[in-house]
Ligand binder design. Structure first.
Ligand code: 5GP
Length: 133
């Protein structure tokens, strides 16, 4: 059982900000910015690829509701929505979740993806991906 299932079942405490029959949202225990919230399906799926489409749609709407509430209250200037899939991508809890990370002008966060030096054939990459959709 993941730590999130324990939160859903009230076996361990969390600061829950929203709940419905499919989803729950609670503050991340390590707040990377004020209001950093996790949006989590009640049923456990390990990652994005295993999520049913309708549930995924619901979760993004919940993430939007949470973002609206944070916007009204803490007045961030923007948000990052993050979802890590796989250990290599930084996933530590293998129960799908969306991070809602409010961004403030003076925060210390620097979200940056470094570009690689290798020159890829972007046309070919796009073709390979689109042929698999
Ligand atoms: P991931 O790294 O898998 O994308 O994100 C997992 C998140 O869960 C981390 O940001 C971590 O701080 C948070 N987390 C881990 N354990 C707990 C916990 O017991 N309670 C809460 N509220 N958050 C947790």
């Amino acid at each position: 059982m993941t730590i999130f299932e324990k939160i859903i079942q009230r076996e361990i405490p969390a600061h829950i900000v929203y709940e419905d029959h499919l989803a729950i949202a609670f503050l991340d225990i390590s707040q990377i910015s004020k209001g950093h919230t996790l949006v989590v399906p009640k049923k456990s799926y390990p990652n994005l690829l295993s999520m049913p489409d309708d549930l995924l749609q619901h979760l993004i709407v919940v993430a939007k509701k949470v973002a609206h509430a944070i916007e009204k209250t803490f007045k961030p200037e923007g948000f990052n929505l993050l979802n890590n899939n796989g250990e290599i991508a930084g996933q530590t809890v293998f129960h799908f979740h969306i991070h809602v990370v409010p961004r403030y002008s003076k925060d210390e966060l620097h979200y940056q993806v470094n570009s690689r030096k290798e020159k890829d054939d972007l046309k070919l990459i796009a073709e390979v991906i689109s042929s698999a959709l």
